[in-house]
Design a protein around this ligand. Structure first.
Ligand code: FUL
Length: 507
């Protein structure tokens, strides 16, 4: 990496994280921390354990599932990446109903919806004052419509969060490639979106910049955009090409086995995010899944550590936009459930894309699948057997850990960074799922855990893993058992657990 760029990144990070100083002996929670060259091994691990989410990151993590609505010119042209030359006359949904989108999402358990206000083709779903390439030049509602407004209003009505996707790469704008003029154009569009529609909870910038050799090259002024977002919508998380939420590195829906939210600051480096993003005008799933990003080995080499949690985006269909020929390839309820286990259940937030069709409605195949998915989750997680424990070495411990209140937690005494939680059920039960949650308001600490059950007087291993974080779900072949124990084998400081659960998968 260019060292100058590194210094620049570090100072930008300090600005956006609001960090002012650091202590050799960390004693208070912070959103980020600098590692000094004099810090010892144990001081670095200690520092890592004190890194916590900013309030906006905590709110976002607790959403668990968010929805993506890819809708725009591509919906009508059948493309994934439009080149910005399609006539606005093509945009003409016959029955657009944003309330249907939001209702379907909410019923599926989605708590925030992000709309593609502008995709790479540059076509704006709101009547921007800065371009004619928008809904105002389309036949839809005789040019008087505003999809952003309708979506925001639906989100408010159904009480869920709202986010915008604004593609930096704009294949229609004549200004693209003229660095200053395009950055100003982008600032103006961002200002419109962040000023005219009330609260915005997430701003999503992707890293795609497909202008290849011979194409126009644009240097984006991300830091100026971030400052504007912080000023106009301070509660909004800035995702992917942003300092609050990290792209997991794949679009399959399957997160990392070991997923740390506390990672080296270098991962916020815009160049590196862009490097891992799509470069060509072809729709190929990306994959950037290095084994782990925040293990001891990784953080020992870091200049600073930052809370930078993972978002796992995936489409319910092969493409991000609706294509009728993909109606038969909508992910099944079982597949979506598996994705849930490997995204939300791997310390991530699932960003599930559900693209409306040319009518402007989510089609039946998607609706049916989402309903089935929700029904599986409801049935499976309705009964937490751990809460029915007859006795345990510590009654209050089990009560706190199964009270469904995230902010109440249990931890070990003294300096003990290991723990065993015994759960004895009244009757033997079939179990095939373990759920564990750390209280991330106190950091991410657990490095190794396992679940055992007693069979014929002997403890047998059912599941094991590394990180827990906000939520860890483990699925294993069902066993019938009465005595279970969850072991925390290693933790960066006393493990602080919010909730535990033992469940039986139900279809
Ligand atoms: C990528 C884009 O290139 C895709 O079209 C899609 O919007 C995806 C979510 O982000 O960077």
């Amino acid at each position: 990496m260019n060292p100058k760029f590194h210094i620049y990144c570090l100072s930008a990070f300090l600005f956006f994280s609001g960090i002012t100083n650091s202590f050799a002996q960390q004693t208070e929670e912070k959103n980020s921390v600098i590692i000094e060259s004099t810090d010892t091994y144990s001081q670095i691990i200690q520092k890592a354990s004190f890194v916590v989410p900013a309030p906006r990151q905590l709110r976002w993590q607790q959403l668990e599932m968010t929805g993506f609505i890819h809708f725009g010119m591509n919906t009508f042209t059948g493309k994934e990446w439009g080149d910005g030359t399609d006539s606005p006359s093509k945009f003409n949904p016959t029955a657009l109903d944003a309330e249907q989108w939001v209702r379907i999402c909410k019923e599926a358990g989605i708590k925030q919806v992000i709309l593609t206000a502008k995709h790479h083709d540059g076509f704006c779903l709101w009547p921007s004052a800065y371009t004619d390439y928008s809904v105002k030049s389309s036949p839809w509602k005789a040019g008087m419509g505003d999809v952003v407004k309708e979506t925001v209003e639906a989100c408010r009505k159904y009480g869920i969060g709202f986010g915008i996707y604004l593609s930096p790469w704009d294949r229609n704008s004549k200004l693209f490639g003229n660095n200053q003029a395009y950055n100003d154009y982008f600032m103006n569009q961002l200002t419109e979106l962040l000023s005219n529609y009330g609260q915005v909870d997430e701003v999503w910038f992707d890293g795609a910049n497909g202008e290849g050799p011979g194409g126009k090259k644009q240097d984006y002024d991300f830091d100026k955009w971030y400052r504007l977002i912080r000023k106009l919508q301070p509660q909004a998380v800035i995702a992917v090409m942003g300092p609050d939420v990290r792209w997991v590195g794949t679009e399959t829906g399957y997160g990392r086995e070991t997923e740390w939210s506390v990672v080296p600051v270098d991962l916020q480096n815009q160049e590196s995010v862009a490097d891992g993003s799509q470069k060509e005008v072809s729709f190929a799933p990306k994959n950037r899944m290095e084994d782990d990003l925040g293990s001891r080995e990784k953080i020992l080499k870091a200049k600073a550590l930052v809370w930078y949690p993972s978002e796992i985006d995936v489409s319910i269909r092969p493409g991000w936009f609706y294509h009728p020929e993909e109606d038969t390839q909508v992910k099944s309820p079982e597949k979506l459930t598996d994705i849930y286990f490997h995204s939300v259940g791997k310390n991530g937030v699932l960003l599930l894309n559900i693209p409306p069709d040319t009518r402007g409605l989510i089609s039946n195949s998607d609706v049916t699948s989402l309903k089935g998915f929700r029904s599986i989750l409801n049935k499976t997680f309705s009964r937490n057997y751990a809460s029915e424990g007859k006795t345990s070495s510590n009654k209050q411990q089990i009560k706190t850990l199964t009270d469904n209140v995230y902010s109440t937690d249990w931890t070990t005494k003294g300096k003990d960074s290991t723990a065993t939680i015994n759960i004895t059920l009244k009757e033997p039960q079939e179990i095939d799922i373990l759920s564990v949650q750390e209280n991330i308001m106190k950091g991410q600490r657990v490095e190794a855990f396992s679940l055992e059950y007693k069979s014929n007087g002997e403890w047998k291993l059912l599941a094991q893993g590394t990180t827990v974080g906000y939520k860890r779900l483990c699925k294993f072949p069902a066993v019938k058992g009465k005595e279970f124990r969850i072991n925390i084998h290693s933790s960066r400081r006393n493990p602080v657990l919010s909730e535990i659960g033992l469940y039986k998968q139900s279809y």
